[in-house]
Write a new protein. Structure first.
Length: 243
């Protein structure tokens, strides 16, 4: 996975998103929802949810918003009936895209997703049309901006905890696990004193696609349009974002 850092792609997108005030709470809500959906709504037993909630509170997200995101994930939100749907398709230049949504009106959401793809020179495909290009993995990021982390020590701890692979980037380490070992590895690293910058069970592309400037710009606009849809929970793609 060296040379194709998911963390770099995440940081470039989040830096752009965070410049837009209205998107900060939405991103936190999605992170909380995803963590609660994968590991349950109990912060004492779900390390990823606890991390997501701590980040949301650091950005002054109201407790009501946090509780709502958890209740949506665990199916305990009064009077609401939500359905999870996954859309697969291709963006500009043939980039593989998977969109996970949570909606109370699937006809509205389907129309919105289809319009977004069409507007930005993409097209929706059948279920399974691109998912085979991704592997489901546990993904953990340890920030190393100050250069204080010993790579050998972290590698030993990660492998001892059950990780499958670790990659070194400029200012962070990316750790990959099986979905089954994800929670155990997160807990082991935290107990070993490492501060986790990000963690989730997600889809990792098997290969990445680079695009010409115009196609990349169009693809980033497609991602932004999808992110602005309140029903969209996650977007996975294999675009290698350039500087």
């Amino acid at each position: 996975m060296a040379g194709h850092s998911k963390w770099k792609n995440i940081q470039r997108r989040k830096n752009a998103q965070d410049a837009k005030k209205g998107k900060i709470f939405m991103r936190h809500a999605k992170d909380i929802y995803t963590a609660a959906k994968q590991g349950g709504g109990d912060l004492s037993t779900n390390a990823s949810l606890r991390l997501a909630v701590d980040k949301a509170k650091a950005d002054n997200m109201p407790n009501d918003n946090i509780d709502r995101a958890i209740k949506k994930a665990t199916g305990t939100l009064d009077g609401a009936s939500f359905e999870e749907i996954t859309y697969e398709g291709y963006g500009p230049g043939g980039v593989a895209v998977i969109v996970n949504v949570l909606t109370d009106n699937k006809n509205r959401t389907a129309a919105d997703i289809r319009h977004a793809f069409k507007k930005h020179n993409g097209n929706l495909g059948e279920n399974g049309s691109v998912s085979f290009m991704f592997d489901r993995k546990g993904y953990i990021v340890i920030s190393n901006e100050d250069g204080s982390i010993d790579e050998d020590e972290l590698t030993l701890e990660a492998l001892e905890g059950g990780a499958e692979d670790i990659s070194s980037e400029e200012d962070a380490y990316e750790i990959f696990t099986s979905p089954e070992e994800f929670q155990a590895v997160v807990a082991h690293l935290q107990e070993s004193g490492f501060q986790i910058a990000d963690s989730e069970v997600t889809l990792i592309p098997q290969t990445y696609s680079s695009l010409a400037e115009n196609d990349e710009s169009n693809m980033l606009n497609l991602i932004e349009t999808l992110e602005e849809n309140e029903d969209v929970q996650d977007i996975h793609h294999n675009l290698e974002v350039t500087d």
